[in-house]
Design a protein around this ligand. Sequence first.
Ligand code: ADP
Length: 617
Amino acid sequence: MTKQQAEKKTVKFETEVSKLLDIVANSLYTEKEIFLRELISNSSDACEKFRYESLSNKDIENKDPFKINIHIDKKNKTLSITDNGIGMNEEDLQLNLGTIAKSGTEEFIKKIGDKKGDISQIGKFGVGFYSSFMVADQVLVRSKKYNSKIGNQWISDGKGTYSIEEGDYKKRGTEITLSIKKDDIDFLEKMKIEEIIKKYSDFVPIPIYLTSSEDKKEEKDKNEQINSAEAIWLKDKSKIKNEDYEAFYKQGSSYYDNPLKVIHFKAEGVVNYSSLLFLPKSQPHDLYHPDRKNKLKLYVNKVFISDKLESLIPAWLRFIPGVVDTEDLSLNISREVLQNNAIIQKINKGLTKRILKEIKELKSKNKEGFLEFWKNFGAVIKEGLYEFNDTHDQIFEFAVFNSSEDKNLITLEDYISNYSNDKKKIYYISGENKDNLLNSPQMEYFKKEKINVLLITDPVDEFWMPMKNKFKDYEFTSITKGEIDVKDHEKNTKENKNDKEDENFIIHLKELLKDKVKDVKISKRLTSSASCLVADENDMDMHLKKLMAANNQNVNDEKRILEINSKHDLVIKMKSLKKEDKDKYSEILFDHAKLMEGENLDDPKKYTNLISELVSK
Ligand code: ADP
């Protein structure tokens, strides 16, 4: 040892580092707690590096299992992170912790060169360590490199200079001691630290232990590993048991049951990432809560980045929990930048495609499971059809609907191939529930003619169907709106029946109900009921209007069209009445139609009185 080496050296940080320290401490990170994530990540890397070194260099013995110890010293107000990784010598300390241009990780990658390493590396980043100055007014690094005889120490208050000197650190690896700032002493609470470890570093592949100067004997004896230490998503699928997936699913998400399907894959190409996703069996309680964002966690090389990244997966897949881990991003990238990041967008596309493919497969392989899944999440997935995106065809491959002619749920493809109609239309009717819809007066003609009608009970369908307008070349057509295009033979017979008496009665009703309805027509859709209401062709559909009104949305107050069944006994009777009786009783037809829509009458008593009078007449 030369005299010079033993001396304490005080060195100025590179200008860039000084600047960086300022930025890191003040603006780059909003959540201070991530300093621990960074330090743990460095320790874990150091272990990974040493693991590699010992694999490629037979002279090195690696007896001790890797571990990271975190210790809270309440009295001295310090928090230390210790690892038995590769360690740093004087030069490393200076290079790695004094300059940013030369990241040790980058050097290491160069060293690995073409030998395709089995080690996952944190590259590119190079600022993590400095985040410790967010919570510490002094940082002491004591370290001994695996191939050094002596230890060294690095110390700084993060304000322009650091000093390096030989130290008495004897163990291989590094110990980083943070003197916690006055305002941040909550980082000396064991519970809090444990929480942070679990939150950010649970799957760091090296075991993490936590001790405190205040630990009682039992706690010391117990000293359990805090993290689960497994980046299960990076493991070989064949080595993962179902129970492992299930445990990970329950721990990482807010689901308590087992997942319906595990989706575990690695994407390689333009972007590289590994992903472990789940199709859940049950609905999360906040599925429709406006604050609910997605449940996907983004990792960069096993280091947790965010579970709030909205651009990672479409909102209509917000119920999919899991993990995405990529090496293609840098760790210190800010949330705002991530949100519009091109790599994230590519991952989003890849994940979406994959999930939809898996749902389709679920439908073909596990019908029962799929139907349960669809019941829970179908309406959410269909939000994707209300957006302009390129997933619609994929969604249509499995999206199923109730219909009037089929007791099973059918896809749109089933509809057009099994129930094709010459009008090239996909008929639908919307409302609260399937049975009521089946019994609607507007369904009568379609039931008689056995024309299949989709029974729509998910409000979302009422939004995307009119917007999308067509499936293949079949037009979505509401049967409670506008004219219906009846079969040609029907057309002739119906039109012939539209005789003088009918015409006069219509004129009469139009005048009588002019404040209540937009128009009165002889119905082509009624076969057994006396009357019904429909929306005019270009107006908002009736049920949609009710939905919007119920949600306090502004809707135009368009009146509806009253259709009457001229062959119905009640109508026949009315047509035969004297003018003043017609005036008196015709209102029944409007009230009757309202009742069929499940609406309240303005004057129910008057309605029942009129009915009984008419019957006894
Ligand atoms: P990054 O880890 O992203 O490169 P950091 O600023 O966090 O950036 O760390 C800089 C470098 O310091 C690391 O690349 C590594 O070489 C070295 N280093 C940090 N912590 C440790 C540690 N616990 N053991 C060994 N080397 C470390």
